[in-house]
Design a binder for this molecule. Structure first.
Ligand SMILES: Cc1ncc(COP(=O)(O)O)c(C=O)c1O
Length: 393
């Protein structure tokens, strides 16, 4: 089937975070401008997902619903065929979101005052999960080689050795740096954590968004020891652009860790469950939408190449981290000579470009922008023209 990756649906007044933010800066319906910030896609929903939701509405009642065996089997089958991971349905706990899940994991596996490691810069709610719950942020800054970001294992080793450090939240693939951690990097990380009794929460929400030439490794698939020491957070929300349906699958292979997590989950939600339309959409997506995803990835890669080639030609001072995974390109704009506030202002007010500002991912992100590439290619072409005009001088 030929899917539509070209139509733009303007999401003004729908409550869309990123469209509302753009509208607050004076952009309106009459302009052909889309935002490139928050990580959802500007692609129309796959028809298989729309059909599954319509079918549910036509034939069912929207009552309380647990995940069905068929649903859980479809989730596991996806991980088996796409990632070679033999996961069991009984490992899965429901969560409305991956953010909810890593907040809960912090409560389940650490006490107040204990340390949680992050590889920074990183997806900003991870900082909140630590700080808002009175845990201690243990910063393991990534090393920017200029081409890509790498884990500082010496620093990790040192910080993991503190007996008060109990958890590492791994962003895999990494948002915003675009890394798909190699199996070797994951093994090194996993071994350091095992040695120091640190549990790993592996946020793998971007695991299906992998660029050609790279391969995602599910952390728990590496060994039984690793599986028993981790929580793997997944969701169909980024992969198939259904974040608004709030249906995530949290895999916890170790029954003891699962019980602990469940005890936090059930504190405020005695019968954990997601949303019936989310379940139906996710099942349809995992069963029938692999080729939609492949089509979306092609467009994302083409969009990335357009930007990389444009910057190399027109603004060689702009450095771009290699995009290995996610649809979020990480651009270092410090070479343009503006401070990060001036950059934000110029983007918003002159270029009408709305990215996620790099500084929200941590202080190392000042002067960087995160560009969401999941949109029709013509939107990227238009944006590059606006960029050129705004920065030509
Ligand atoms: C790394 C990462 N984790 C989690 C989320 C959000 O997860 P959810 O919407 O399921 O809470 C995002 C969204 O951008 C993300 O990039």
């Amino acid at each position: 089937m030929k899917y539509d990756f070209e139509t733009v649906i303007k999401r003004y007044n729908t409550g869309s975070f990123k469209w509302d933010e753009m509208a607050a800066h004076g952009v309106n319906e009459s302009q052909d401008i889309i935002p490139f910030s928050v990580a959802d896609m500007e692609f129309v929903t796959a028809p298989e997902i729309v059909e599954a939701i319509k079918h549910e509405l036509d034939t069912s009642i929207l009552g309380y619903s647990a995940p069905t065996e068929k649903y859980l089997a479809a989730v596991c089958e996806w991980f088996k065929t796409r990632h070679g991971w033999d996961a069991k349905p009984e490992w899965i706990l429901p969560s409305h979101g991956v953010v909810d899940a890593f907040f809960m994991a912090v409560r389940a596996f650490t006490d107040e005052g204990e340390g949680v490691i992050l590889n920074t810069p990183v997806y900003y709610p991870m900082y909140s999960a630590i700080k808002n719950q009175n845990r201690k942020l243990i910063d393991n800054p990534l090393i920017n080689t200029g081409k890509r970001y790498e884990i500082d294992f010496e620093d990790l080793e040192r910080k993991a050795a503190d007996p008060d450090t109990k958890l590492l939240i791994l962003c895999s693939p990494h948002n915003p740096c675009g890394r798909v951690w190699t199996r070797d990097e994951l093994i090194k990380t996993g071994e350091i954590c095992l040695k120091n009794d640190i549990i790993i929460v592996s946020d793998e929400i971007h695991c299906d968004l992998i660029m050609s030439g790279h391969k995602h490794t599910v952390f728990a698939s590496i060994s039984k020891e690793f599986a028993d020491n981790c929580v793997v957070c997944t969701a169909p929300s980024k992969t198939f652009n259904i974040a608004g349906l709030q249906t995530s699958n949290i895999f916890i292979p170790n029954p003891k860790l699962r019980e602990k997590f469940l005890s936090v989950l059930t504190l405020s939600n005695p019968h954990p469950k997601c949303n019936i339309l989310g379940y139906r959409a996710a099942e349809a997506a995992y069963k029938n939408c692999a080729s939609w995803l492949d089509g979306a990835l092609k467009v994302i890669e083409e969009n990335k190449n357009l930007i990389v080639n444009f910057m190399a030609r027109e603004f060689p001072c702009v450095k771009i981290s290699e995009l290995e995974g996610t649809y979020l390109l990480w651009l270092d704009l410090r070479g343009l000579g503006l401070n990060y506030k001036e950059l934000e202002h110029r983007n918003h007010e002159q270029a009408k470009l709305f990215f996620d500002e790099g500084y929200v991912f941590g202080s190392q992100g000042e002067g960087f922008e995160r560009w969401n590439l999941a949109c029709p290619t013509r939107c990227i072409k238009d944006a590059l023209e606006r960029f050129k005009t705004a920065y030509r001088n």
